[in-house]
Design a protein around this ligand. Structure first.
Ligand SMILES: [Zn+2]
Length: 231
């Protein structure tokens, strides 16, 4: 088995074509920069428009996996099977961390996809939740991933590709996404300035203008070499 085969793989599961770009495009790019393999599984797809998803995946550097059902066909058992067949079984123990919809999301399909995915990923060591617009009121930010202007530009570009193909939710625009990430980027910096505040960040502690935030379902920390890391 070569070095490449042993590379850790990180999975993202979204109900719709743009869920991961909205909530995770920054962390996806940081993982790819760390030479980890990032895979995005989109559960419900419109086969006529998947070109846009392919272009976004090339831009952000992730591997695109597509479910084969429509939004109306989303059910927990179906999702569980898709996640198992496309993500859990092929990548086996290399699959070290998965990002899933926060379970209490207002969006019915997000909730079903979260439940089915969590069940399929019961053997995966690390599970974090992300939130799209309908999940934000329920997400308790516990893990912060900072990222820079270059990553934000690509995130905006990816969202624009998807907006042109699929249209955009009127209540959550690219600009909202940018402002939200800018808020969390600033918040981490201010928070870390407080001497007694605990901090868990991925990928170092330098100040960056943006951050995406996640909630922990389960997380294994490593304390090797005096440095606390996720993996
Ligand atoms: Zn969605």
């Amino acid at each position: 088995m070569g070095k490449h085969d042993e590379k850790k793989a990180i999975g993202f599961v979204g109900a719709h074509m743009d869920d991961i770009e909205l909530a995770c495009a920054g962390v996806v790019q940081r993982l790819v920069q760390e030479e980890l393999e990032a895979m995005v599984l989109v559960i419900s797809v419109d086969p006529k428009r998947t070109d846009a998803n392919k272009r976004s995946s090339e831009l952000l550097g992730y591997k695109l996996l597509l479910g084969d059902i429509s939004e109306a066909e989303i059910e927990i058992a179906t999702v569980q099977q898709i996640v198992y067949e496309k993500l859990v079984r092929p990548f086996g123990p290399r699959l070290d961390l998965v990002f899933l919809h926060v379970p209490e999301d207002y969006n019915h399909h997000h909730r079903l996809v979260s439940a089915g995915s969590l069940s399929a990923c019961r053997g995966v060591k690390n599970v974090l939740y992300f939130a799209g617009p309908g999940g934000i009121p329920h997400l308790r930010p516990q893990v912060f991933v900072p990222f820079g202007e270059r990553e934000m530009q690509k995130k905006m570009e990816a969202m624009e590709i998807l907006r042109q193909a699929y249209g955009q939710a009127r209540y959550f625009t690219k600009e909202h996404c940018r402002d939200q990430a800018a808020f969390w980027g600033q918040w981490i910096f201010e928070f870390q300035e407080r001497p007694k505040a605990p901090k868990v960040t991925l990928f170092g502690e330098e100040q960056m203008p943006y951050a995406e935030v996640f909630q922990v379902e389960r997380l294994r920390l490593s304390f090797d070499r005096g440095k606390t890391t996720l993996f």
